[in-house]
Each structure stands twice: as structure tokens, then as C-alpha cells.
Design a protein around this ligand. Sequence first.
Ligand SMILES: C[S@@+](CC[C@H](N)C(=O)[O-])C[C@H]1O[C@@H](n2cnc3c(N)ncnc32)[C@H](O)[C@@H]1O
Length: 396
Amino acid sequence: MSETHENLLLHGDNLTALRELRANFTGAISCVYLDPPFNTGRLFAEYKDSLGAEAWVRMMRPRLEALVPLLREDGAVFVEIDDTQLGELLRVMDETFGAKNRISLITVVRSASTGHKAINPGPIHVSDFILAYAKDKKKWRYRPQVRVREGLDRAYTTWLDNPDAPHETWTFRTLRSAIAAELGFASPREAAAHLGKSAFAAKLTTETLARAHHVVRFAQPRYEAISRAAQTVVDRSRAAPTKVFRLAREGRPPFLVRGGNRILFLRDKVRELDGRLNVVEPLTNVWTDVPFQGIAREGGVVFSRNKKPERLLERVIAMASDPGDWVLDPFLGSGTTAAVAHKMNRRWIGIESGDHLLSLAKPRLERVIRGDDATGITRRAGFRGGGSFVTREVSE
Ligand SMILES: C[S@@+](CC[C@H](N)C(=O)[O-])C[C@H]1O[C@@H](n2cnc3c(N)ncnc32)[C@H](O)[C@@H]1O
């Protein structure tokens, strides 16, 4: 039923709005992100952030409960918080969604250890947390995410000369000597002497990434964890250590072994992101790579200290929804979630009670649609404008 609905900007209290949404959006929402007031005791230009712990729980509980009927059976909820109400939030979410449906407690590092935060008597607080729960963890599907690794993976030190030839004929050298030779030098030492150490190191990085199908590492398999067939191949390989052995596997890349060690290709870890090749690794529940600095101009809106980076929402939305799915944010603020969902080709609903819905979020989303917002994830998402939304007042 919700297929016929347009993207929605709702102005008013989110509890009333969430209850109203039941009429058309029961079981329709794939991903909900909430960035509620953290109860920091501060007075922001746009709203007051001091309720007291019990009043804060009384505010949050019915709003979380109101999400349950709106979620798809395979949907999930993500709530961002700092440590002021973390304990209460964990308890309320366990009670609302069930502790067994907790997906993750993510730590988001948002700043460096500088400035006023040092007034806290104890370690300096630099993180937010995101509590992620599935409506039903058995039905929820994680869309695997990666993060860019700093520099190269130093374990990949070997060059395979002839990856396209039959595996029985493969020959190997050290990565450094192969790349020195590619650059026309007799040895890495000669390359470093001629080019300078740092220029050679830079060349090593670019060439390694560009020719990652030649670059491998050898890794000892966990013998007890591999199949019987793989164990047999490992045993044979140990007996003939210079030969490469190959075991074909249904629906998976072949198991390649030399000297009892698996051959792993760097190409499986290289992705093009933002027009650059990078080595990536699986995402963990500690996010240190989403910059909170430099987002003041994102979306063309000023929303002091509260605005979240588009990159953060991109990650949440990417792990919990597919194009065309519905994304909901009941504490929309300056409109970040809606802007990102729009750029990622999701459908969205944003709810905000403050007047900044009209002064910040709405104009921001209009710029997105006109193709006038080049900030945030616009380029990464390949978004060029288009689409529409409707704005409605929530009934009193
Ligand atoms: C931390 S800010 C959200 C910031 C947002 N993630 C962004 O990137 O701009 C929390 C927002 O929730 C809004 N809010 C608080 N209580 C609300 C309620 N009961 N209904 C709707 N919005 C509410 C506040 O006005 C504020 O804009």
C-alpha cells in the first residue's frame, strides 16, 4: 500500500506522527534512524536539551514502541546517543525490541582529544554510540559494509608473475623487486636510490593497488576449521611445497595452496571509492573513519553541534536497506537522513517538531531535488537531482 506514497516531511510531534503513519505504513519501513536529544543539559539555539533521566525515558519509550508496528519484518532501528542516557536507552530498547534482537552497539568516534571536552574528570569523551536492533534478528539481513584501510596491507608481500596462466605454472617473486623491475630498475635498492625512498614507496602503493591481481599473501589455514577435502590438499601441498594446488568449491572462489599455506589475492580487498583505489576491510562496531569535522557546510544548513555527517547516515542506510526501501527519521533536525536517503534512491519519511523543519530541512531537501546540493555524499552516490516530497503538518 505504501508503494503509492510520496516521500514525506512531517512537521509536528513525532509520537502523534508515528501513530498516524500506521494507517499507511504498517510493516513498511526497512530502516529507522533516531538521533534524539541526548539530554546533555544544554540549551541549543533550536531546542532545549534537558529533561531529567526519568522524563527522558518517558519521552523515548512510547516513541520506540510506536516504531514496532511500522517496521517491516526484516527491518531495523538505529538510535544514536552519547553516554548520558546510554544505560537507560539500552534497557528501554532491550525491553521494546528484545535483547535477542540487538544487532550491535556501535561506537562512533566523533572528535579528537582536544579542547573543552577535557573538563570531564576522567578519560576524555570523544564518542557517540549507535544502538542497533532488528525487529526480528533472524529475518534481518546485513548488507556487508567495508571501511578503507589506512595504507596498504603489509602482509601482501608477494608478486605472482602469471595469474592468468594455469596454476601449475605460477611463479612468484617479492612484490618490491617485481615493482622495481616494472619501473625499469634492477632491484628495489636501485629504484629507491634513483627515485628517492618516498617516491619509490608512493610508486609501490599505486602500482600495488593498480595491479592487485598480481599481489598475494600466504596465510596458514586453520586446519581444524577447513573441510576434509581442503585438509587433503593442504597435506599434499606440504609434501610438495613449491607446487600450487587448487581445490574447486561450489559457489566460492577456489582454495589455492602452496607449501601448506593458502594463497590470498589483494584484488579481493581492493575497491574503487570516490574515484580512488583503496584496500578495504570488513566494518567493525568501532567507527573511527566518519569525519565529523568539516561538516559545517553540509547540506547548506547550520545546525550547531547537532547535525550528523552524511557519511554516517550513508553507512547506516546502506547496511539496513536497498534502493526503493523506506527509511524513517522521527528526529529529523536539519534533514540529514532524508537528504542521504534521497541521494541513495531510498524513499523516506522525516518528522521534526521544531520550526527548523521549515527553515532548514525543507530548503535543504529542495536543494537536493533541484540538484543544487553538491555537498555530503552527492558525488559518492552519483546523485544528480530529481524526485519530490510533500510537507504536511501533523495534527495536534
Ligand atoms: C539531535 S537533533 C537531530 C539532528 C539530525 N540528526 C541532523 O543531522 O540534523 C534532534 C532533533 O529532534 C527534534 N525533536 C525533539 N523532540 C521531538 C519530538 N517530540 N518530535 C519531533 N521532533 C523532536 C529536535 O527539535 C531536534 O531537531
